[in-house]
Design a protein around this ligand. Structure first.
Ligand SMILES: C[S@@+](CC[C@H](N)C(=O)[O-])C[C@H]1O[C@@H](n2cnc3c(N)ncnc32)[C@H](O)[C@@H]1O
Length: 371
């Protein structure tokens, strides 16, 4: 498939935007590198797949792919990037869940939940949540779940609502105390929304013109763990962007989406075990090394590992030093490192974690071969 064709058919790429994800990279990056160096049928791995941008790029180029991420939100979104279903079936599935007589066994309580959602909307969200927690294996349900995750919170529109919540950020979930104060001070009450209408608008927007399904899978897992890639075919490409050293808030910042996926109805701040540990630059480089070592055995002799990497300002360690250290004795050899030219892109991860980002820290695209 021609890259130009993919780019011009806007709706073909629409599914990638089904739900925002912290520190996602632009679709253009994996598309460009896979298009330049690969061919249809080549297997691709992303061991830190996030919302599944690499998997989606691979799909557009008819390349099968594997994604792994230890965040349940990331895994749920990335799974959707490999799924196909007609928009009508998704709406039908949601409607039949909501029409069912079974009431949700639990509806969260407290000031945050009272002000975040209209009480009737919250009951509907809970019904969908509980049903999808029991069964979410079909592509229709995987896509419905991703659509719901994308609609859970976001800005209140002037006319037709496209989110279920009171005024909120769309990329990350607001912290409860801050949100309650914000809504109360401004007299913002949640509207009752038409949940099915929102699902329909979104299903039509994201799924109208999907590219054909390709082989592949996304696992909720820890890429440091030795057997994570055991049942995976050998890949020619690993295209990925690990957390930048010091970025630890992937899960607390997604706490409402995590709740929807079965987590608690409050924020948990402690760093979960499946995430890379950021206690020191040396330790972090060692954690990354475990991942590079793990995947090298699951790649072909001529495989390339392509890493987008940068840094954040609250850590003094030089990002490229951390990355280079992680590659020593990892089975991979760095061949080139190219600075990502666009300074906006350079601020991508930093911008999302700091209110007033200082000078952008340059990001690099690092190309490696087997050592
Ligand atoms: C920079 S984000 C990847 C974003 C992705 N490129 C995208 O476009 O959405 C890094 C991801 O690494 C995941 N992660 C952190 N530690 C992990 C581990 N040990 N195993 C697998 N994934 C991990 C985080 O949950 C996060 O989703």
């Amino acid at each position: 498939m021609e890259y130009a064709v993919v780019q011009s058919a806007r709706s073909t790429v629409a599914l990638n935007a089904v739900c925002p994800y912290y520190t996602m990279y632009p679709l253009d990056f994996p598309l460009r590198v896979l298009k330049a160096h690969g061919k249809p049928g080549d297997w691709v791995i992303d061991p830190f797949c996030g919302r599944g941008t690499t998997n989606f790029a691979a799909r557009l180029l008819s390349m099968p792919s594997i994604g792994v991420d230890s965040s349940p939100v990331a895994a749920a979104l990335a799974q959707a990037k490999l799924a196909s279903a007609e928009p009508d079936r998704i709406v039908e599935c949601a409607r039949s869940i909501l029409q069912g007589s079974k009431q949700p066994s639990a509806v969260p309580e407290g000031d945050f939940w009272k002000l975040a959602y209209h009480e009737k909307t919250l009951v509907q969200i809970c019904k969908l949540r509980e049903e999808l927690l029991v069964e979410c294996s079909s592509p229709t349900r995987v896509l419905l779940r991703a659509i719901l995750l994308g609609a859970l919170h976001g800005p209140r529109p002037k006319r037709v609502p496209s989110y279920f919540s009171n005024q909120s950020p769309r990329t990350f979930a607001p912290k409860p105390n801050y949100a309650v104060k914000f809504w109360t001070e401004r007299g913002l009450r949640p509207d009752e929304v038409d949940v099915i209408a929102i699902i329909k608008i979104r299903a039509d927007r994201y799924l109208a013109d999907l590219s054909p399904k390709v082989d592949g899978m996304v696992k909720l897992g820890d890429s440091r763990v030795p057997n994570t890639f055991d049942d995976v075919p050998k890949a020619r490409f690993v295209v990925t962007s690990p957390p930048y050293f010091g970025m630890r808030t992937y899960l607390p910042d997604q706490w409402v989406r995590l709740w929807f996926l079965g987590g608690p109805d409050f924020v948990q701040y402690r760093q979960p075990e499946g995430q890379l540990q950021h206690s020191g630059a040396k330790k972090f480089a060692g954690e990354l090394k475990l991942v590079w070592k793990n995947i090298v055995a699951h790649t072909t002799e001529d495989a390339r590992l392509i890493i987008r990497y940068g840094g954040i300002h609250d850590r003094s360690a030089e990002p490229m030093d951390v990355l280079k250290k992680s590659l020593i004795d990892s089975g991979w050899k760095m061949v080139t490192a190219k600075a990502v030219p666009d300074s906006d892109t350079g601020r991508r991860q930093v911008r999302q974690f700091q209110a007033n980002p200082k000078k952008a820290i340059t990001e690099y695209d690092v190309y490696c071969h087997h050592a």
